[in-house]
Design a protein around this ligand. Structure first.
Ligand code: ADP
Length: 192
């Protein structure tokens, strides 16, 4: 199963992606985690992206896409994956289409969380890029560059809305049930 998790910063995508990936036995591919790893190990890429992340800006597509492309070529990604935080721009959608085709994603899970809850969560988390000013900029960048992607995936019929508020286990169960229900629908539609 090939799934994308999308939603504003702080929506809980990463936490849920790692839980769902464990339950489904498919890899969790997070460009945010990959970049943070580059930064913490001090690679050349890490040095280039550190300041960008701290400012709450997006890393240029060229760097993001080549890192993602490499990850997707590893054998464990062949059967399926949960993409978390990629694609985030129209250019990244195009790159992903080039890798897996326009109908390559089975489901696009959209996290619905209200903004006050989000800000509270982010400030409580205290990651290096979770300062007040950065958080505000990350929302703006999300609204400008990533929110429009929902329309693209809506048009392809792959969107699944999930309420991201509530206890962790409940949200995980909601996602798994939503995916199951959609898989069942698809089987029915393709049955002779
Ligand atoms: P969040 O969803 O809370 O913003 P992520 O871990 O997904 O957290 O991303 C953290 C930061 O990493 C982003 O603000 C951005 O600077 C960078 N980043 C991650 N994924 C991408 C991407 N697909 N394109 C550009 N920048 C990215």
């Amino acid at each position: 199963m090939k799934v994308l998790f999308i939603g504003p910063p702080g929506a809980g995508k990463g936490t849920q992606a790692s839980r769902v990936s464990e339950r489904l036995g498919i890899p969790h591919i997070s460009t945010g985690d990959m970049f943070r790893h580059q930064v913490s190990t001090g690679t050349e890429l890490g040095q280039r992206v550190d300041a960008i992340m701290k400012a709450g800006e997006y890393v240029p597509d060229e760097l993001t896409v080549s890192m993602l492309r490499e990850r997707m070529s590893e054998p464990d990604a062949e059967q399926g994956f949960i993409l978390d935080g990629f694609p985030r721009t129209a250019g990244q959608v195009e790159a992903l289409d080039g890798l897996i085709g326009e109908d390559g994603l089975d489901h696009v899970v959209v996290f619905e969380v209200n903004e006050d809850e989000l800000v509270e969560r982010l400030l409580a988390r205290g990651r290096a890029d979770d300062t007040d000013a950065t958080v505000r900029n990350r929302f703006k960048v999300y609204q400008d560059q990533t929110a429009p992607l929902l329309e693209i995936y809506q048009g392809r019929g792959s969107l699944v809305d999930v309420d991201g508020i509530g206890p962790l286990d409940e949200v995980t169960d909601r996602i798994l049930s939503a995916l199951e229900a959609r898989n069942a629908e698809r089987v029915e539609q393709t049955a002779p």
